[in-house]
Write a protein that binds this ligand. Structure first.
Ligand SMILES: NC(=O)c1ccc[n+]([C@@H]2O[C@H](COP(=O)([O-])OP(=O)(O)OC[C@H]3O[C@@H](n4cnc5c(N)ncnc54)[C@H](O)[C@@H]3O)[C@@H](O)[C@H]2O)c1
Length: 264
């Protein structure tokens, strides 16, 4: 991003700043790490699997670090933040860790197990808040650059608005991420930290590539234009813009090629 700084006074992505990317070892998070590394930031990937962490760092040509951590574990996230701070000023946090569980509220085997609902809420909603609150506190120790200390970018989903049959847990969790965007931005405004959420439509990542071909084709046929799955690099491009544009704050941006999910 150096050399492409915002006309109104530069951006947060000064060369050498650190971006913590939760769920950064695959899919949207890994594409974001790559783009930010290309722009001069140092990505610190937070994820649960050391094997995937190793592969991700190879994909980044070694530009970054990996910390094994679960987003819902306070101690894990604190350790990841310690590692991040060893590499430079932590100015950017991207919350991409997420999981989904497809089940109807009442299915053939009875009510959806409460535990299944709780796991999705814990990862996608509580995990996002956990990383945000702990990282924002670390950012308060930094001097502002261009009037800002940092930016937190969360990942929701269009399911936050149009949850389909069988998506009750995922839709509730992502609606929570959308719902906390403005209060987070308001809470952190005095600390000069922005909070922006992206709500992706359909993107080609391990999350969607595992779906049966028939289902993928059916989903794709519902995307108005362009009629295809988005590429993770297109998500990463938006993240880069959010970092660079100080007027984006407290908002959720749909990135969905005009997709509005139908009932099923
Ligand atoms: N791919 C899509 O079409 C799409 C659409 C809308 C929203 N999203 C959201 O985008 C985000 C990224 O998803 P993706 O498509 O890149 O899928 P992905 O499965 O490649 O990425 C999710 C990552 O989160 C990690 N993760 C899960 N639980 C975790 C935990 N407790 N602690 C730490 N890491 C954990 C996984 O290991 C994985 O690396 C998710 O929040 C997902 O819900 C994706």
């Amino acid at each position: 991003m150096t050399g492409r700084q915002h006309a109104l006074g530069g951006d947060l992505a000064e060369s050498g700043s650190v971006a913590l990317i939760a769920g950064g070892t695959s899919g949207l998070g890994l594409a974001t790490a790559r783009r930010l590394a290309d722009g001069g930031l140092f990505p610190v990937l937070l994820g649960r699997s050391p094997e995937r962490g190793k592969l991700a760092l190879e994909h980044l040509d070694g530009r970054g670090a990996f910390v094994p951590a679960d987003v819902v574990d306070e101690h894990d996230v604190d350790v990841a933040l310690d590692v991040a701070e060893q590499h430079g000023p932590l100015r950017v946090v991207v919350n991409c860790a997420g999981t989904a569980h497809a089940a109807r509220t009442v299915g053939r085997d009875g009510p959806m197990p409460l535990r299944d609902f709780q796991v999705v809420i814990a990862t996608d909603l509580v995990g996002t808040f956990n990383v945000t609150r702990l990282a924002a506190e670390r950012m308060t120790r930094l001097d502002p650059v261009y009037g800002q200390r940092g930016v937190v970018i969360n990942c929701a989903s269009v399911a936050a608005y149009e949850g389909q049959i069988g998506q009750v847990a995922y839709a509730a969790a992502k609606a929570g991420v959308v719902g906390m965007t403005l209060p987070l931005a308001r809470d952190l405004a005095g600390l000069r930290i922005r909070v922006v959420t992206v709500a992706p439509g359909l993107f080609e990542t391990p999350l969607t590539l595992t779906a049966p071909t028939e289902l993928r084709e059916q989903l794709q046929s519902q995307v108005p234009h362009p009629r295809r799955f988005g590429q993770p690099s297109e998500f990463a491009a938006l993240v880069e813009h959010i970092i660079a544009n100080p007027m984006l704050n407290g908002e959720t941006i749909r990135l969905d090629a005009a997709l509005r999910l139908p009932t099923r």
